[in-house]
Design a binder for this molecule. Sequence first.
Ligand SMILES: NC(=O)c1ccc[n+]([C@@H]2O[C@H](COP(=O)([O-])OP(=O)(O)OC[C@H]3O[C@@H](n4cnc5c(N)ncnc54)[C@H](OP(=O)(O)O)[C@@H]3O)[C@@H](O)[C@H]2O)c1
Length: 276
Amino acid sequence: MVEALSPLLPLNDGNRMPQLGLGVYKTTDDEAADAVDSALRQGYRLVDTAAMYLNEAGVGEGVRRSGLPREEVFVTTKVWFTDNGYDSTLRSFSESLDRLGLDYVDLYLIHWPAPKNDLYVPTWQALRTIRDEGRARSIGVANFHPAHVSRLIDETGEAPAVNQVELHPWLPQRELRAFDADHGIVTQAWSPLARGQLLDDGPIAAIARKHGKSPAQIILRWHIQLGIAVIPKSVTPARIRQNIEVFDFELDDDDLAVIASLESGMRTGVDPDDRN
Ligand SMILES: NC(=O)c1ccc[n+]([C@@H]2O[C@H](COP(=O)([O-])OP(=O)(O)OC[C@H]3O[C@@H](n4cnc5c(N)ncnc54)[C@H](OP(=O)(O)O)[C@@H]3O)[C@@H](O)[C@H]2O)c1
């Protein structure tokens, strides 16, 4: 068992979260169990799943198979937007815990605000209840624009601990990161590799050659140097290992300027305002 490799980021509720963890979107239960077990044995301590991924059972199995004590692993799951609403979120959360086979999760997120349904405020109230009951240690959101977060704060007086959004060199989310930082919210990047599409980018490959690293490592190191959290997905043990070996080198100002020039606003997913 390799020791924990990722630094921890402080959350606004006093808890701490590994800066880099494993994503498991688009994996079956069996693939997720193997990937989680492999990642935990290789020094990861955070796993990101969701009710919608249909692999929470596999994630729980992987955590148990690793043999790590429960308190050493940070498990995130999310309520899918069709379950937004107070009662439906409480019900969905209990089902997630059952599938995971855990007594609590470390972080529970609203997966999408689905603003046209206008149920994200009662969903947030349900997350606060779950947290107050001790069944989620921290609570947060995903895919929330600053306006959605502002409304949560205005109506409940509580800011999320984390906002998990699509974020990579094509979509660096400057304004959202500044807003999150101003409100003590940790930004966490999903699809950090743009689902693999960024890896063939010429300038990234050149920086990789300069540092003797892979393109994926260059991009993930960029996320780390932004000071945000990041959850690359891989089911391939060698890539899982490679993706967390990003704490032994630094990108310089020239590298950062090249990466900044790649911004195009391109998303791999939908704009949160359009998902209902
Ligand atoms: N909150 C949300 O709405 C939301 C949305 C999307 C994703 N997420 C979370 O964020 C996680 C990451 O996002 P993502 O899965 O969309 O995409 P991603 O992490 O940007 O990319 C994953 C893809 O890159 C490949 N890959 C990973 N490491 C690599 C490496 N070192 N070299 C070459 N290829 C590599 C993977 O292949 P293999 O697996 O075949 O190795 C996979 O095809 C998800 O798994 C999920 O947990 C959240």
